[in-house]
Design a protein around this ligand. Structure first.
Ligand code: FES
Length: 574
């Protein structure tokens, strides 16, 4: 029998007797079938986010097996551990409420378990941001991999996929254009393989951001979930994790200010999800980087839209992958990126891009820098009397004619209020009305993706496809429309959105980067005297969350989790 008190890596469980702690660890690892030959190897923790409640992750078990194979081939010992898994469509009230909990849980599991490096497998919207936040807060080297996107399908003769088409088809159903039978066949046709939404929604955006930052192997963001290439990437990730354990580069050495500024530019070039703004702000703050909301606007202003994917364009992730994926896009953007940044492989971006071939002439998904889909400004950051600390709008998915608009407000107190009244045939609403949703920010409701309120049924049936909508909520990355989001400070902490009344005029002027409530200050001061904040959660996670979450322009992280302890001037807390 091997010496159970032999190699037992890392710190030990606290029993007050280090020798006994090592002995006991050896006893239980022996019982699990490990000997010293195993435990002499670099131990690679693999975060398993498979869950029956996360359909987007149904391919994760196969990825775990392939990462394990790569680890074993490279001489490491894979140790799989479960973490939370956030399935976007099955969590109430919103997965965003749990992003920080998953980040905290993942960080603590990396910190407290004896591993030399970790592979984190994410995919669905909030999982990758949570893992990035955990990674930059950890003192263990981390490499990320993703599930990859679903493949597209065909429905009634048209190419469809999750979930920009889900929204478009549902809008047609609401407008009376599609009957119940059609909506039922559409339900079975929109998400037909494993993987994440295959448009440039939040999952795809965050996969692209992760590769751009250098936190995954080059080429890892885009292979579709059901393909052998996705499995081969998992094997390569396992091998790389062992190399990473031997020449540790920490995530905070990779997620630097230049790397983050590269990501902001790429976010604009892909017409990425507005959710990425909140997530990148949180990751940056965890890394001790002072990235401001205004820097997203600056990056977007002079970065053209280069990737033709829904909802800003026409294609899907598999098209992006065939066109060359992130390496091809970064190569096309080379002149505006800082190529001295270093990724998990230790290579600089300059070295990575040296291996990328020229843009293939047969594809149209990734556009040359000189022939973009549209000029700069796919995303815009607004300020004004309705959002003193900022708000965002996805210009590339908005209606051009509404980007400068003044109209009367129609206020909804919550998503439930909107759901209850939007179909009311008596609702006093016109196409120029500005729909206002409040109490949907981080403190108010965990910041759900409720900002893209549906068209009031009466207007939808009359053919109205878009209206200006303003809220402190978020919007799905797969959604589209003239939707002003993330108004900060939010209404539940007394932000100006709380003072809006039906009929008040609201002016949106994207060219001037303004969103304003056209009500005089005296009247607003009178309203503020009678303002009552909504009740907050009284127990459990929701109480901790609502009492410590920061505002959207700060990343909506918990205030005690940033910056990471190793970056704090207060030093370690453990
Ligand atoms: Fe999981 Fe879209 S619902 S990625």
């Amino acid at each position: 029998m091997t010496d159970p008190a032999g190699p037992t890596p890392k710190e030990t469980t606290s029993y007050g007797d280090v020798g006994f702690s090592r002995f006991l660890r050896g006893v239980f690892l022996s019982g699990a079938g490990f000997d010293n030959n195993d435990l002499d190897r670099p131990i690679i923790g693999i975060a398993d986010t498979s869950s029956d409640f996360n359909p987007c992750h149904r391919g994760v078990p196969a990825l775990v097996e392939h990462v394990k194979r790569g680890v074993l081939e490279a001489g490491g010992l894979p140790m799989v551990f479960p973490t939370m898994s956030l399935g976007e469509t099955l969590l109430t009230p919103t997965s965003m409420l749990y992003r920080n909990l998953m980040a905290m849980e993942t960080e603590e599991l990396i910190r407290s378990q004896p591993m030399d490096a970790a592979v984190l497998i994410g995919g669905c919207d909030k999982t990758v941001p949570a893992q990035l936040m955990a990674a930059v807060s950890s003192d263990v080297p981390v490499i990320l991999a993703v599930t990859g996107a679903m493949l597209t399908n065909s429905w009634e003769g048209e190419r469809v996929g999750a979930c920009t088409d889900c929204r478009r088809i549902w809008s047609r159903h609401r407008a009376g254009e599609l009957d119940q039978g059609q909506i039922e066949t559409a339900q079975g046709a929109l998400a037909t393989t494993s993987g994440t939404c295959m448009v440039m929604g939040t999952a795809s955006t965050m996969a692209v951001m992760t590769e751009t930052l250098g936190m995954m192997l080059p080429g890892g963001a885009s292979p579709p979930s059901p393909t052998g290439e996705r499995l081969r990437h998992a094997v390569a990730t396992g091998r790389e994790a062992v190399a990473l354990a031997k020449r540790p580069i920490l995530a905070r050495d990779i997620v630097t200010r230049p790397a983050m500024l590269n990501a902001l530019r790429v976010l604009a070039a892909i017409g990425g999800s507005t959710n990425a703004i909140v997530h990148l702000l949180a990751v940056a703050r965890r890394a001790g980087l002072d990235i401001a909301l205004a820097e997203f606007d600056a990056a977007a202003r002079d970065t053209p839209l280069l990737v033709d994917l829904k909802p800003s364009g026409t294609g899907y992730m598999e098209d992006f992958h065939r066109a060359g994926g992130v390496p091809m896009l970064l190569s096309e953007m080379r002149d505006v990126l800082d190529v001295s940044t270093v990724g998990v492989t230790g290579e600089s971006l300059d070295e990575r891009l040296a291996q990328v071939p020229p843009l293939p002439p047969w594809q149209t998904t990734i556009r040359p820098w000189a022939q973009p889909l549209s000029a700069g400004g796919a995303l815009a950051v607004l300020t004004g009397s309705l959002a003193p600390d900022g708000a965002v709008i996805k210009v590339s998915a908005a209606t051009h004619g509404l980007l400068q608009h003044t109209g009367p407000a129609l206020v909804f107190e919550s998503s439930a209020d909107a759901a209850a009244r939007l179909d009311d045939p008596e609702l006093e609403v016109a196409p120029d009305t500005v729909l206002v949703l409040r109490n949907s920010g981080p403190v108010g409701a965990g910041m759900p993706e409720a900002g893209s309120l549906p068209m009031p049924r009466r207007l939808a049936e009359a053919g109205v496809k878009d209206m200006v909508r303003v809220s402190d909520a978020r919007m799905s990355g797969t959604a589209y429309g003239t939707v002003v989001l993330h108004c900060s400070p939010e209404s539940a902490v007394g932000g100006p959105l709380a003072l809006v009344r039906d009929g008040d005029l609201i002016r949106l002027d994207v060219a001037a980067r303004r969103i304003d409530l056209l009500v005089d200050q005296d009247e607003l001061a009178r309203r503020r005297k009678t303002y009552e904040p909504p009740p907050v959660a009284t127990r459990g996670w929701r109480r901790l969350y609502s009492s410590t979450v920061t505002q959207a322009h700060e990343g909506a992280d918990l205030d005690f989790l940033r910056p990471a302890p190793h970056l704090s001037t207060e030093g370690h807390d453990d």
